[in-house]
Design a binder for this molecule. Structure first.
Ligand SMILES: [Zn+2]
Length: 241
């Protein structure tokens, strides 16, 4: 009797699975892109538990990464030029791009590995601009950075490992100018001067948000070397300080 019941349950399971296949096809096919672990990371998809997994996937799949970036370019979210994989000094870039502008413009265009470019676009879209709109009711228009590519070791020390900047996998950002004229600087505004200090709240909020899109986020709370900028990196070391 027990075996008969078991067989009926198994047969019913096989039958239902067949129906599912017939009607729905492969279960992931109709899952919205943001919840589908097999769909590539997209700039527009809101951050989720899958973001990190998908970020690691595009880091190892240059073609998928370029497709994501190309999609963002077609949507008018970024202007860039592909620079390929040049050797500069002792350093080798892989499928790098030069970012000219995004939803913001920059003090200088900058070199970026493809995963850094995608992480920056996602950060802007899901963290930077929403924080600016919430706190100041105005978008960020201009970002001042201290550079992304530098062929050097960390802290310029001979015995240290290569910096993420040596492969254009990190961007140092220092200040922001908003559409309403507000200026926010990491150096001047990180420390809170009152409970209602919007500039400080803005910086703390985007620092925390950056940790969802970049693997390495270092700011003034980390050490004196970062008192005037946020280091935003995608080189795989998971740090948020
Ligand atoms: Zn840095």
């Amino acid at each position: 009797m027990r075996y008969l019941l078991l067989m009926i349950v198994v047969a019913a399971g096989v039958f239902l699975a067949g129906l599912w296949q017939h009607w729905e096809g492969w279960p992931w096919r109709d899952v919205p892109r943001r919840y589908n672990p097999f769909a590539p990371l997209h700039v527009d998809d809101p951050p989720s538990l899958l973001t990190r997994i998908k970020r690691e996937r595009i880091a190892h799949d240059p073609k998928a990464c370029r497709a994501t970036l190309e999609q963002a370019r077609r949507a008018g979210e970024v202007a860039y030029r592909a620079v390929g994989s040049p050797s500069i000094g002792q350093c080798q870039l892989h499928h790098a791009v030069r970012i000219r502008s995004t939803s913001v413009d920059f003090n200088h265009s900058f070199l970026a590995s493809c995963p850094l470019a995608v992480a920056w676009l996602r950060f802007e879209r899901h963290q930077l601009q929403p924080a600016a709109r919430d706190l100041f009711d105005a978008p960020v228009r201009h970002v001042i950075h201290y550079g992304s590519f530098a062929c050097r070791n960390i802290y310029h020390r001979k015995d240290a490992r290569r910096s993420a900047h040596a492969t254009a996998e990190a961007l140092d950002i220092a200040a922001f100018r908003l559409a309403d004229g507000t200026s926010v600087s990491v150096q001047k505004n990180w420390a809170k001067h009152s409970d209602d200090d919007r500039r400080s709240r803005f910086l703390h909020r985007i620092h925390e948000g950056a940790c969802q899109e970049f693997s390495t986020v270092l700011g003034p709370g980390y050490n004196a070397a970062h008192a005037n900028h946020f280091h935003l990196g995608v080189d795989g070391f998971s740090v948020c300080r």
